[in-house]
Design a protein around this ligand. Structure first.
Ligand code: PGA
Length: 250
């Protein structure tokens, strides 16, 4: 299972050190699942210095689609790799909504992150209106088509890195409302078969679920067919909850 901890804009050095030390102490739990933490850019090097000899992997919450130069405030793929990252999250709904990031932007970022060897998690998800209008599958389909429009330019044969889709229904993020087993199973199955058919590929793309995952509901989520892991926000900031989720995945 992939267990991804999205810290969002939380934690200073001191808190991150406490959290990471707690995780390292329980490292024997990490034998079967791949655990990745995604701190803010400012914490990447600091967190890397604590985890680099453990089994915990590091990722960034975003990257630029430019290589380098006069792009104030942006952070390139090379920079996050230089800080110790093996993963990046692209297109989180908070970036899509707050920063007006589009699926076209995400496809340009993917073309930078994947060839340079980063495992790349692309987030997609419908809002409550789409769910109630029952248009969610076509919304998700469009997000996939556009975010992965450079799919044929990604070399899956020679790369060791993974492309991962995170299904995060916007109405479930930070709200305490979790998608039902039926919702998750339907959507994850749909994502996997749509990618295979549309991009005519045999590559198995892992699909992970995100949205109010916690220590109580995670056990049931891991049992759902087509769930290859979870992307966790709030509950990843509390070591006890996060460790319990990891334990539930094994
Ligand atoms: P949450 O966030 O677990 O706090 O709902 C998930 C996410 O936004 O990735």
């Amino acid at each position: 299972m992939i267990i991804a901890a999205n810290w969002k804009m939380n934690c200073l050095k001191k808190e991150s050190t406490i959290l990471v030390n707690e995780l390292i102490k329980a490292e024997n739990l990490f034998k079967t699942s791949e655990v990745i933490i995604f701190p803010s850019f400012s914490l990447l090097s600091h967190v890397y210095s604590k985890i680099h000899s453990s089994n915990i992997k590091l990722g960034a919450q975003d990257c630029s689609f430019f290589d380098h130069g006069a792009f104030t405030g942006q952070v390139s793929v090379e920079m996050i790799i230089d800080a110790g990252c093996e993963y990046v999250i692209l297109g989180h709904s908070e970036r899509r909504i707050i920063c007006n990031e589009t699926s076209e932007d995400i496809s340009k970022k993917l073309l930078k992150s994947f060839p340079l060897g980063l495992n790349t998690i692309i987030c997609i998800g419908e809002n409550l209106q789409d769910r109630e209008d029952k248009t969610y599958l076509s919304v998700l389909k469009n997000q996939i088509k556009l975010s992965l429009s450079n799919f044929d330019k990604l070399d899956f044969n020679f790369s060791n890195n993974k492309l991962i889709i995170a299904y995060e229904p916007i109405w479930a993020i930070g709200t305490g409302k979790v998608a039902t087993e039926q919702n998750i199973n339907e959507v994850h199955g749909f994502i996997k078969s749509f990618i295979k058919d549309y991009f005519k590929t045999k590559i198995n793309i892992p699909v992970i679920y995100g949205g109010s995952v916690n220590e109580d509901n995670s056990k049931d989520i891991f049992k759902i067919d087509n769930v290859d892991g979870v992307l966790i926000g709030g509950a990843s900031l509390k070591s006890r909850s996060f460790l319990k989720i990891i334990e539930n995945s094994t």
